[in-house]
Design a protein. Structure first.
Length: 273
């Protein structure tokens, strides 16, 4: 069964690596020397600005090399496992350190903030690459092992990966509006409604002095709302303006603009008094 599962996984891995590499090449080529989209994508924001275009191109070339290697050599298949495993860690770290940027997995279309689906997708790809490496499946095995069972495995992988791909929502949205997220109109009232239906709002609303924001502004694909909090603090919510379930981030700052203690701790302390 492992060999059949690996035979189904190999063409899916190959297809995704090629798509990712091509998308990164287009993004780097259309970005005008490292500005614009590259300032919001994972492979680029992790390096100094002057190296962002080179970093995106290096990722694309690396993915093409993995495609060629995993089809021919067992060592390269292990490198593919390492690539996806490291990518999973990088996305987790990126989500923690830079929650405002996208993964860049498929170029500019992957500009939505890194979420659990993107992390789960990379973890699934790591498992698929591991199956291919352990079973030591190459081109010859792929041709010889074609069967309805292997096809069913491949279809299952594709269905799972599509379900874990936030890029589909962005593509549909762009086709519908024919404009990037940062250029599409987004009424503040709609973003405020999405905020009030989010888990972040339910977690922090008890520590707000008022449920009405006293300041709001938009930056690219984010809408920011500022609320007065307890102890002269300010609670700032950021709502991503794309997707059916938009990402909501929150920060608590003092009057001097510096971060204060986590709001959850403030609520716990207030409850014990």
């Amino acid at each position: 069964m492992l060999v059949t599962a690996a035979v189904g996984a190999l063409p899916v891995l190959t297809l995704l690596l090629i798509m990712g590499g091509v998308a990164k090449l287009f993004t780097a080529g259309d970005d005008g020397g490292g500005q614009g989209a590259l300032s919001r994508l994972g492979p680029a924001v992790l390096v100094p600005e002057r190296f962002r275009k080179a970093a995106m191109l290096a990722c694309a070339v690396g993915e093409f090399a993995l495609v060629a290697g995993q089809l021919a050599a067992a060592v390269a298949r292990l490198l593919t496992v390492a690539f996806f495993a490291i990518s999973t860690y990088v996305l987790w770290d990126l989500r923690r350190r830079r929650p405002d940027v996208g993964c860049g997995c498929f170029g500019e279309v992957s500009s939505a903030p890194v979420g659990l689906r993107s992390l789960a997708r990379t973890a699934v790809l790591t498992g698929m690459a591991a199956a291919v490496a352990v079973a030591d499946v190459g081109v010859a095995d792929l041709v010889a092992g074609v069967s309805w069972t292997a096809t069913a495995w491949a279809a299952g992988y594709l269905a799972l990966l599509l379900a874990l791909s936030p890029e589909l929502e962005e593509i549909v949205s762009r086709l519908r509006h024919r404009a990037p997220c940062e250029e599409r109109p987004a009424p503040p009232g709609r973003a405020l409604s999405r905020l009030r239906s989010s888990a972040a709002w339910r977690t922090h609303v008890a520590a707000l002095e008022s449920v009405e924001p006293y300041d709001s502004w938009r930056e690219l694909c984010w809408r920011f709302f500022v609320f007065p909090g307890q102890g002269e603090a300010e609670v700032v919510f950021a709502v991503y303006l794309s997707g059916r379930r938009p990402t909501v981030r929150v920060a608590v700052v003092g009057q001097d603009g510096n971060p204060v203690e986590p709001l959850a701790e403030s609520i716990a302390v207030s409850a014990t008094r």
